[in-house]
Design a protein around this ligand. Structure first.
Ligand code: FES
Length: 154
């Protein structure tokens, strides 16, 4: 857990990189997301104060874009495809193994903050089904047996 003072200083630093214009809202939120892997509530209040916009406006942008999240996320997001091609080739079993090894369900983050597990409907790599994406890397032809080794290596 980051102490409130440290976080406040960090947020102030991020804000200082941006001109004080309402049009900077999305860019600031993306910066915060990259730093914290989610948008802490206290930081959103600071953003509203800095840009002199209502908090409701900050929240509506923060909840509109898929790249932004209000829920804490891990350093790495694991996206397991459950689209048709992946489903037919066994992705539910891969997901089940990921859940077992990580001890979390889709939408949750491991207590150490390392991983967040998500499911998606198609990653556009159906020829590699079943597919798992960790961060920017795509892993094809996944099997439940490969899960533990993969998690050790990322
Ligand atoms: S269905 Fe999984 S990548 Fe398309």
């Amino acid at each position: 857990m980051i102490p409130a003072e440290t976080r406040r200083a960090e947020v102030a630093e991020i804000l200082a990189r941006h001109p004080r214009r309402p049009g900077e809202l999305l860019a600031i939120l993306l910066d915060l997301q990259e730093t914290y892997h989610y948008l802490p509530q206290a930081a959103l209040k600071e953003v509203a104060r800095y840009l002199e916009v209502p908090e409701s406006r900050v929240y509506s942008v923060a909840t509109f874009y898929k790249a932004l999240t209000l829920k804490p996320r891990g350093e790495r997001v694991i996206r397991t495809c459950l689209g048709t091609a992946c489903h037919l080739r066994g992705s539910p079993a891969v997901l089940e193994r990921l859940e077992e090894v990580l001890g979390i369900k889709p939408g949750e983050t491991t207590p150490d903050g390392r991983f967040t597990l998500e499911t998606v409907n198609c990653l556009g790599a159906c020829a590699l089904a079943p597919v798992v994406v960790i961060g920017e890397e795509t892993y094809g032809q996944m099997t439940p047996e490969k899960v533990e080794k993969l998690l050790r290596e990322v």
